[in-house]
Design a protein around this ligand. Structure first.
Ligand code: CP
Length: 350
């Protein structure tokens, strides 16, 4: 697709008009936002992730998987703190055989000598076949994709979290976890999903909500202090999708009605005036007592890291899925890498 003159001109277009720029040959090329994933695409990725998991546990399976993308290299450029996304992508790359390079501390790169991030990223694209990145600046991943697409060596950019914007691969692992959890119960459609905590600034919440909207008759509870309720644009989107949304600050009251509970922490790294410190957030914490109010089949999720939102004594409850989310993240990210290099079909050879 032909590029526009300037990034500002490109950015002025609504997201729906920018989405084709993230594609090549009618396939997703840059992974930027959850809205790129249709229901059919999700199902395809989930099937691949299931296969990766299955093959990993078979004799010689790990060796086979590690041969599939051994000719590809990925750069992990994480300039905002991360434990899970970084390690999950690193292990996903290892699973499918990709070699990796990394920059986590820009003060150890030539950025310290005054090199721009743009030049640094163009340098990575000379050595690597994909760049997986996290940056605190909203929209920066999209800017990098735009810049690289102007060069003779563009590589796929995968957004591992961009400011308060989006965290699309977290959403993939969250919905994959819901898909696996509700496989025996008619799937995700028709389920009641509850989000708790900082719903205003949580990029994971925003991203997973866009994906859940792909499912039929999902209902949502938004449990948050008034000042941290979902953003108006997200609420408007849900209205347009005719998704039933209940906003409340009473967690205890909603617990018996939900099929999934998605807990989040206060995103106070985005707090300019320390206003979150004044909030009594304890009403939005899950205790062992209030877990008793939940249905037997309901699941508890958290993108992690957690602070006090979930009492650690809940970890051994079979409904606690937040540790399983981590393993699912590795499988779905491996599936995504196989898709991006158009190599998922190779799994049939095993
Ligand atoms: N869930 C998540 O993004 O965790 P990290 O910040 O540790 O990567």
């Amino acid at each position: 697709m032909e590029r526009l003159k300037t990034f500002e001109e490109y950015l002025r277009q609504p997201l729906e008009e920018r989405l084709p720029y993230y594609e090549k040959n009618q396939r997703v090329y840059h992974v930027m936002v959850s809205q790129q994933f249709s229901y059919d695409f999700l199902m395809k990725l989930f099937d691949t992730a299931d296969l990766v998991k299955h093959i990993t546990h078979k004799p010689n399976g790990a060796e086979f998987l590690a041969s599939v993308l051994q000719h590809k290299r990925a750069m992990l450029y994480f300039t905002q703190p991360s434990t899970r996304t970084f390690l999950s992508f690193l292990t996903a790359c290892q699973t499918v055989g990709m070699n990796t390079g990394e920059v986590r501390d820009p003060s150890l790169s030539s950025e310290l000598k005054g090199e721009s991030q743009e030049d640094g990223l163009r340098t990575f694209s000379s050595y690597f076949d994909a760049i997986i990145m996290r940056d605190p600046k909203p929209g920066f991943c999209e800017y990098v994709a735009y810049c690289l697409d102007q060069t003779s060596r563009s590589v796929p950019i995968i957004n591992g979290g961009s400011g308060k914007d989006q965290h699309p691969t977290q959403a993939l692992l969250d919905v994959y976890t819901l898909y696996r959890s509700f496989q025996e119960q008619g799937g995700i459609s028709g389920k009641t999903c509850c989000f708790v905590g900082d719903l205003l600034r949580g990029r994971a919440v925003r991203s997973v909500i866009y994906l859940l909207a792909r499912y039929w008759k999902v209902e949502m509870y938004m449990v948050a202090p008034d000042t941290l309720q979902i953003a108006p644009d997200l609420e408007h989107f849900l209205q347009e999708q005719e998704i039933k949304v209940h906003k409340t600050d009473n967690l205890e009251e909603v617990l018996p009605h939900v099929d999934s509970l998605y807990m989040t922490r206060v995103q106070d790294e985005y707090d300019l005036s320390q206003e979150s410190a004044l909030l009594d957030y304890s009403k939005f914490h899950l205790t062992i007592e209030n877990v008793q109010r939940m249905q037997k089949h309901a699941i508890i999720m958290h993108p992690l890291p957690r602070r006090h939102e979930i009492d650690p004594s809940i970890d051994s409850d079979p409904r606690a899925m937040y540790w399983r989310q981590l393993r699912n993240g590795m499988y779905i990210r491996a599936a995504l890498l196989l898709y991006l290099f158009n190599m998922e079909h190779r799994l049939a050879e095993y």
